[in-house]
Write a protein that binds this ligand. Sequence first.
Ligand code: B3K
Ligand code: ZN
Length: 873
Amino acid sequence: MRSETPAPILLADYTPPAYLIDTVHLDVDLRADGTVVTATLACVRNAGTAAAATNPPLVLDGEELETLEVAVDGQVLPASAYRIDAETLTIATVPARFTLRTKVRIQPDANTQLSGFYRSKDGYFTQCEAQGFRRITWFADRPDVMARFTVTLHADKAAYPVLLANGNPVGQGDEADGRHYATWEDPFKKPCYLFAMVAAKLDVLRDTFATASGRTVQLAIYVEPGKLDQCPHAMEALKKSMAWDERRFGLECDLDHYMIVAVGDFNMGAMENKGLNIFNTKYVLARPDVATDVDFENIDRVVAHEYFHNWTGNRVTCRDWFQLSLKEGLTVFRDQEFGADTHNRDVARIREVRGLRAAQFPEDAGPMAHPVRPASYIEINNFYTATVYEKGAEVVRMIQTLIGREAFRAGMDEYFRRHDGQAVTCDDFVAAMSAASGFDFTQFMRWYREPGTPRVTAASAYDAQARRYTLTFTQANPKASDNAPYLIPIRVALFDAQGQELEGHSRTLLLTETTQTFAFDNVASAPVPSLLRDFSAPVLLDYPYTPAELTLLLAAESDPFNAWEAGQRLATGLILEATAAIAAGRAPVWPESFTAAARTLLTGYEARGAAFVAEALTLPGEATLAELLDEVNPDALHAARNGLRRHLAEALHAEFAAAYAALAPTGPYAPSADQAGRRALRNVCLGYLLERDAPAERQRAQDQYAGADNMTDQFAALAALANANAAARPAREAALADFYQRWQGEALVVDKWLAVQAGSRLPDTLATVQRLTAHPAFDLSNPNKVYALLRTFGANLVRFHAADGSGYAFFAEQIKALDARNPQVASRLARCFDRWKKFDAGRQAHARAALESLRDHPGLSRDVGEIVMRALG
Ligand code: B3K
Ligand code: ZN
């Protein structure tokens, strides 16, 4: 049993730092018995604080540091002059301005958490956000302490020829015993979470970028030796991002050197360290034969995201970690806009919302619900969430919707004019937007403050006599702290019965009351409303649409998001009805009108765009559907969704086959939006075709698998086979064996192989996953492998939530094993339990037992502890 629960950190408790640090000199000496870090800090009492007059003690953060020496102004302190405990170094008396020198030894080879300075295959790397810098040296590890850093690294030259840190190289040379050194100087003040250093053996791809003002930035991407041919796409993405940020926001790169280093062991996607981004290899390496269209697009987005942080996050940073969405929500919004501009805007928005509904809405409805700006946390790493990132981006998007694109741009200019070089809050960002637009955001701030997804219910009335149409909206959010209404922008258009959009009636309604009515005059007949176009606010919207109205919108709506949404609503209604039917032992019914609508989409893909049709023919996912049910019967839901797929496959067999043939590739592969859209639709067709238990369909998938010249098509065929019914078993096993054989040397492709098996709907998936944990391809110390195999399984609704609790029990054991090495990754896995209370009593009993066994596990980390505690509630 845990002896104590750590106390939460509260936003309300924020106080400015007692001491600031102007400059930092780090001398980092890599040796076989550990790395010695000598830090020289120019410290000064923070005059602006109330405590300044009281001569407060100096308290610095540190974790797992072996302290060798502490000196103030050159005088080595006796041990009695300072105090060290598990997390802090305290020096009771220091002058108002002084130089602190500390010497510590750290053990990067033993650092399995991958936070701080750690070993990976090709050398040593860092990850400091949120609180990893304290694992390197004693420091005020908080984002409102910003310092100028100079770093000298010393290491064996043959083993670690590449020595990097933030900023500009200012010196390098050889040392005795085959060693060498390099010194880097970062001209910008930064919080220590943006610190990075690398000592490794890596290959490099170089390029340059000429900025709008005519400066030249040296670009470099460092990767594991032998992988240079997988770098050009990331380099192009970087240059595209740099040009886009100049065009759209007038933001130019402020650096002489911009480096990206790819590392195979990394807890998350990538990290925006100033001038020295460190990336998970997953978001750098790509070649058509090893990366899919989605991989290529994700690389564009992540490269852009980290680059955009250079302004939104680095030049202007967060005052404290509660403000995380200040940089993350804004930067996700920026990378979304970049993706929309450079790929396909229509499909980008659809995918964003699909992602939001699959991850953020469940989070907001579950035990981890928190505001975009949380008010408290136990472990900050648990708050790098879909709410802070994706809902945060929706909040920024709403600001743009409310004031318009031009005023939004002016607001960004104002934000940088006011706050360049500062550590600020979400209020500061919104105040700049308000100053630039004159818009009053007082009510809007509720979006930052409250957890939970608002539910908006709409009703309509038509008065033929007055030719007046009215829409009445009611809003509620049971998770909020009170009943006050949100400011919700709702984009609306009206359509006539023929599917013509009524001119002059497309508006953005500003819902500010709990219940509010909006009138449309001069409306000739009762219209069909299209509500929440482009998903103008992150809400759940209920309106009593008839299937006929939805079918009309699916066919006629020019806003691609709402056309897609109409289709999703139709499918959702059918699947939920079928789920209830199956649970009650009845056979589901599939109306002909739905099949007809799907047929129209499929045969009309040239006009509507293949990428859109691929999205429209993809049914809502099980996790998203589960949120709509009070009690989830995962087997019935699974059977219902697959039943509809099977029904479409039978009814539209000829159309799927024809589209599949017509969409065959005509030229060499390129990851362009157009080609990717065609491949996506063709592979959706393949998936449906394989729903039929026919040897010819299996053969089709096998042929595609064998003949594909790119990973997108090869993997789509493998995935279709991996999910195919019992009769396809031999074909499935053969393809899986071949795939592993072929790609076992490419770590990222092996991840796909693990994931496709863990996500499979086959009934024996748990046994497969258990077996794979012992396979040489799996490695509990590599986060990508853990995410591919275990998190994919945890997201496999029907298999993870098996009625006998076997999925839960297995998972709890894996989390325990992982927690001992890497609490951040373990904690992410623990989130798979979030929605356990949505299931029946039997499943709940099993889930509770698994969660309690975690809670009672000796030595459980603060990370997993917080998740488990909230889940058990
Ligand atoms: N800022 C990093 C995330 C750091 C996560 C720390 N647990 C990546 C990003 O959002 O760009
Ligand atoms: Zn980010």
